[in-house]
Design a protein around this ligand. Sequence first.
Ligand code: SF4
Length: 219
Amino acid sequence: MARPRTPKGRAQRTNERLTLLYPEALCELDHTTSFQLLIATILSAQATDVGVNKATPGLFAHYPDAESMSEASQEEVEALINSLGLFRNKAKSVIKCANQLMDHHDGQVPTSMKDLVALAGVGRKTANVVRSVALDLPGLPVDTHVLRLSQLLHLTEALPESQQRDAVKVELLLNPMVPAAERGSFSLRMILHGRRVCIARRPQCEACVLNDFCPSSTV
Ligand code: SF4
């Protein structure tokens, strides 16, 4: 099979190969509603999904929805999430976010990027996770793994070097390379691949299904 020569070609080949490798593109944050995914994603900043999944059952048992969380006290929420880094700031954010949902969205999670990023603690990455995983809308979350793999695969070569770690610029560049309905799963698969194979500092190129066309492959 010919090597793809353009960033879009490499993105499409990456999408095909990672879909075969990881047929189930699952978000690893436990949740049962879009509200719970929103809160879990806010809590996941500088924390592992495993760590967040240990904290959220207790949190959601007390505050399963925006209405109950909007009435929580800072101390109560802090006590339930104090195993996570930055727990004081995160407690403040999730309570404020729940209040914003009650005040402006009838307690529901909004669908538009503009409304989502207006919520406390929510940036484009969190908004894209919620849109793609919980709302079945186009969204390509860009985290550290997506940034690293995009650079190694030279998907971002059209950007100046100084912008290749800019999550928003990379998201906007990648969007047209991937079909809208597949953007969320593309991102989740890149994240999985970055955790399991293309590991920072020691990428496992010999075992990588992208090594026949990845410009950074060492094999
Ligand atoms: S071939 Fe190597 S550098 Fe390229 S994506 Fe795979 S593990 Fe990463």
